[in-house]
Design a protein around this ligand. Structure first.
Ligand code: HEM
Length: 159
């Protein structure tokens, strides 16, 4: 720990931000798709409650999406720049990033829209909630796998 410099600290903070945003995003997505959305069929008051909870949670959703993307892009350039990327690493990373970006892009169709907006934003990629969760879970698992198989060196300086 004594060699911890600013670059190392930023690298650690980026990973922590990415990990906590991933937990919020994926956890709330699973609860929404499997716990809340099916309730819409139960009664109109349940449907209102689901809509209200989506609106209430919207800020968390938008913030965790932005943090996932921002920290993910920074981590990606940092990891690719260390020059240790084997073909397997780069291929797995490409699949992980593609799955993550697709999940984020498609989630607008499943997840809370601004209050009083019912229509779908033009150009929003439409995938079912389960497909979005599958892509996000794939991105999550490959992310963890990569950091286990190719552990980063937080004490490496700026590259
Ligand atoms: C639904 C979206 C996403 C989820 C759930 C997710 C989840 C994760 C998780 C859990 C890790 C492991 C963190 C660690 O143990 O250090 C990780 C690592 C990573 N993620 Fe994501 N992520 C998502 C989107 C993205 C996006 C959009 C990008 C890039 C634009 C990205 C780039 C990375 C990189 C570069 C790593 C480090 C991989 C390594 O250790 O070599 N992620 N991600």
């Amino acid at each position: 720990m004594e060699q911890l410099d600013l670059a190392a600290l930023i690298r650690i903070v980026l990973r922590l931000v990415h990990a906590i945003a991933a937990a919020v995003w994926l956890g709330s997505g699973v609860f929404l798709v499997y716990g809340l959305l099916p309730l819409r069929r139960v009664s109109s008051s349940a449907a209102d409650l689901v809509r209200a909870s989506q609106t209430q949670f919207r800020r968390w959703w938008v913030a965790s999406s932005a943090l996932l993307l921002g920290s993910g892009v920074a981590l990606m350039f940092d990891r690719l720049a260390d020059g240790r990327g084997t073909f397997t690493y780069v291929t797995l990373l490409a699949v992980k990033v593609a799955a993550g970006v697709l999940a984020l892009a498609a989630s607008g169709g499943v997840l809370p829209r601004p209050a009083n907006t019912r229509q779908i934003v033009p150009g929003t990629l439409r995938l079912s909630g389960r497909v979005v969760l599958f892509l996000a879970a794939l991105s999550y698992l490959i992310g963890v796998l990569l950091s286990v198989i190719y552990p980063p060196d937080p004490t490496a300086g700026w590259r």
